[in-house]
Design a binder for this molecule. Structure first.
Ligand code: MV4
Length: 445
C-alpha cells in the first residue's frame, strides 16, 4: 500500500483525493499556485508546496516543478486528478523514469487509447461495435469523399489525437466534406501536433453513455455501470446521471461487458471511462476511452457505494481486486449538477470574484463536492466549475425532486452561477420524460 502521495491538481478534486488518502491512512502532499494560497484543500493536506504563479503553464502544468515538489516532499506516487496532466503521456513517462508511481494507467495503455483510430481498431478486435466509418487514418480528401458516398451523409471527421469535441467537423455533402476534412486536419495539426483524421457516420441526436471501469495489475477488471451525460453545452457536461434512464437490463449488460472487453484487450490498469453513443434505436457504438478519473465519478459512487478514488489508490499501491462483479450493484438513482461560476445571461461568460455569501444545501440524499466557502475568491485563471451537487434517491422522480430543492437551497452570492440553468433543465418536461439527447441544451436554452 502507498503511504505518501502528491496531488498534482487543485480545487474540489484535490480535496476529494486528500479525503480518500486520509481514510486509507495515506499522507497527502498538496501543491498550489499563488492564486490558490489559503485554499481549503491546503489546510487538510499533510504538507503543501507552492509551485508557481497563477498561470497554469507555470504551475499545475509545469512538469519539472511538480516532479521537484514530489522529490522534495519524498512521495511515492502522484495523483493527477482530472484535467491538467491527467492524460499527459510525457508526464506519466517522466514519473516512471523518476521512480514515482503515476496513479493512473500504464504509459502504454495511455498511448494506445489516446489515439482514437487505434482505440477503434482495438474495440473491433474486442468484438465491440464502433460507429461505421474508416478503418484507419484518412490521408486524402478523395478517400473521405469515396467513403462518405458509400456509407451516406451526414459524416463526421475527427482528429485521431483529439477527444472531447476538439478537431471535429460534421459534413452533410461533398462540398462541406472537402472543407471539413481540411479544417479538421489543420485544427488537429495545430492543437495536437498530429493532423491525422478519420471518418465516422454522424449519429444524429445521440445520447452520451459512458461505463466506469476499474482494472488491477493482475488482469482483473470490474465495471461500475453507466452514466448518462447527454446534458451538455459545447462539449461541457452540465448534468450527469446514473443509471441511464433509457437502458433495459440486456442492453446495459451488453454495454458494460463491451467496456470490459476493451479495457482487458488494452491491458489497462486503474480507472477508465469507456464512452459510447446511443442512437434512437438504442444501439450503442464505442467512441473513445478516457484514461482518468472523471468529474462525474460521484454519481457512480452514490449508486454503487464504492469509493472510486480509494480504488485508484489501492490499485496504484499494488492491491488486486478480490471480489466479483456480482458484488457491485446499482442501487437507486444519482444525479449530479455542475455549478459553474458563469453568467448564463452573458452567454456563460466566466464570472470570477469573491463569494460573500455561501450556504450549501444539505439533508437526506445530498452531497456537495466543492473547494469554495464564504470569503473565497474564484480566480479567473482556472476552470469555472466551483461545486458539484450530487443527489441519491430510490427513483429518478425522487432524485429530480431532491435536486430541485437542493438547488433552491444553494446560495452563492454575489457571483453568477449556473444554478438557475440547472433548475430550468430539471424542471423541463422533456428532461423529466427522458426525451433528451446531446443536442437538448442547445435546442432548448
Ligand atoms: C459523434 C457524434 C455523432 N456521431 N460521433 C463529441 C465529443 C466526442 N467525445 C464525440 N462527440 C460526438 N461524436 C459520431 N459518429 C456526436 C458527438 C457529439 C457529442 C457527443 C457526446 C456528447 C455531446 C456531443 C455534442 C455534440 C456532438
Amino acid at each position: 500500500m502507498l503511504s505518501r502521495i502528491l496531488i498534482a491538481n487543485r480545487g474540489e478534486i484535490a480535496l476529494r483525493i486528500i479525503r480518500a488518502c486520509h481514510e486509507l491512512g495515506i499522507e497527502a502532499v498538496a501543491v498550489y499556485s499563488e492564486a490558490d494560497k489559503g485554499a481549503p484543500y491546503l489546510r487538510l493536506a499533510d504538507e503543501a508546496v507552492c509551485i508557481g504563479p497563477a498561470d497554469c503553464a507555470k504551475s499545475y502544468l509545469n512538469i519539472p516543478g511538480i516532479i521537484s515538489a514530489a522529490e522534495i516532499t519524498d512521495v511515492e506516487a502522484i495523483h493527477p486528478g482530472y484535467g491538467f496532466l491527467a492524460e499527459n503521456i510525457n508526464f506519466a513517462q517522466i514519473c516512471r523514469d523518476c521512480g514515482i508511481t503515476f496513479i493512473g494507467p500504464p504509459v502504454e495503455a495511455m498511448r494506445l487509447l489516446g489515439n482514437k483510430v487505434q482505440a477503434r481498431k482495438l474495440a473491433r478486435e474486442a468484438r465491440v461495435r464502433v460507429v461505421p466509418g474508416s478503418d484507419g487514418i484518412i490521408e486524402q480528401v478523395s478517400e473521405s469523399l469515396e467513403l462518405a458516398n458509400k456509407i451516406g451523409y451526414p459524416v463526421i471527421i475527427k482528429a485521431a489525437a483529439g477527444g472531447g469535441g476538439r478537431g471535429m467537423r460534421v459534413a452533410h455533402n461533398d462540398i462541406s466534406l472537402r472543407s471539413a476534412f481540411n479544417s479538421a486536419h489543420a485544427e488537429a495539426e495545430a492543437a495536437f501536433g498530429d493532423g491525422s483524421v478519420y471518418l465516422e457516420k454522424y449519429i444524429v441526436e445521440p445520447r452520451h453513455v459512458e461505463v466506469q471501469v476499474i482494472a488491477d495489475g493482475a488482469g482483473n477488471a470490474l465495471h461500475f455501470y453507466e452514466r448518462d451525460c447527454s446534458i451538455q453545452r459545447r462539449h461541457q457536461k452540465m448534468i450527469e446521471e446514473s443509471p441511464c434512464p433509457v437502458l433495459d437490463k440486456r442492453t446495459r449488460e451488453g454495454l458494460c461487458d463491451a467496456a470490459l472487453r476493451i479495457i482487458k484487450k488494452a491491458h489497462y490498469v486503474n480507472a477508465a471511462t469507456v464512452e459510447f453513443l446511443l442512437d434512437e434505436k438504442k444501439e450503442y457504438y464505442f467512441i473513445e476511452v478516457n484514461t482518468r478519473i472523471q468529474v462525474e465519478h460521484p454519481v457512480t459512487e452514490m449508486i454503487t457505494g464504492h469509493d472510486l478514488i480509494k480504488w485508484q489508490l489501492k490499485i496504484a499501491g499494488g492491491q488486486t481486486i478480490k471480489f466479483s462483479q456480482r458484488n457491485i450493484r446499482q442501487t437507486g438513482v444519482a444525479i449530479e449538477c455542475r455549478i459553474n461560476a458563469e453568467d448564463p445571461e452573458r452567454n456563460f461568460a466566466p464570472c470570477p470574484g469573491t463569494i460573500s455569501k455561501y450556504i450549501p444545501p444539505g439533508g437526506p440524499g445530498v452531497r456537495v463536492d466543492t473547494h469554495v466557502h464564504q470569503g473565497w475568491t474564484v480566480s479567473g485563471s482556472y476552470d469555472s466549475m466551483i461545486a458539484k451537487l450530487i443527489v441519491h434517491q430510490k427513483t429518478r422522480t425522487e432524485a429530480i425532486a431532491t435536486m430541485r430543492r437542493a438547488l433552491r437551497e444553494f446560495v452563492i452570492e454575489p457571483i453568477k452561477t449556473t444554478i438557475p440553468v440547472c433548475l430550468d433543465i430539471l424542471s423541463h418536461n422533456l428532461f423529466v420524460k427522458n426525451k433528451i439527447d446531446t443536442g437538448f441544451v442547445e435546442r432548448n436554452f
